[in-house]
Design a protein. Structure first.
Length: 149
């Protein structure tokens, strides 16, 4: 029988005893409730429990990482449709997307990234200080379906 190197350790997280962290999203002046389970310092992969409050929509954006959401409760609303508990939704790197919760309930999900997380909103691609950028930012900051239609 071989033994594993000491660097391998089982990680166990009791989400019931963890506090919610508020992760700020400066571009839209909001924060998201999150319980970070693990993150790999070498690859940037991370896994967390995340919650979207009822009616919250993270407006049109892209990431330089892929990410998945496993819906535990509520309904995840995306630009491709709505997905209930038990659904796993994978967003490829570079895809323009929006996602959030339906108006009737919070959405609780397991959130997984494959590399370091970042976010860029579509209004950030407009010339800085332009009317288009200003209006896009104002609309995005609504963080509701009104911000994506």
């Amino acid at each position: 029988m071989t033994t594993q190197p000491d660097r391998y350790e089982l990680e166990v997280f009791d989400s019931n005893s963890m506090d919610w962290l508020e992760i700020p999203i400066e571009q839209i002046g909001r924060s998201l409730p999150l319980k970070l389970f693990t993150a790999d310092p070498d690859t940037g992969m991370s896994c967390a429990l995340m919650r979207y409050d009822a009616g919250f929509i993270n407006p049109w954006h892209t990431h330089q990482c892929a990410h998945g959401m496993f819906v535990l409760s509520g309904t995840l609303r995306t630009n491709e449709g709505d997905y209930g508990p038990g659904s796993f939704v994978w967003f490829p790197e570079g895809m323009t997307m929006y996602h959030g919760a339906t108006e009737d309930s919070d959405c609780l999900m397991l959130f997984i990234t494959n590399k370091p997380f970042n976010i860029r909103y579509t209004f950030e691609d407009e010339p800085s200080g332009s009317e288009t950028e200003r209006l896009g930012r104002e609309k995005a900051c609504l963080c509701s379906m009104a911000s994506v239609t």
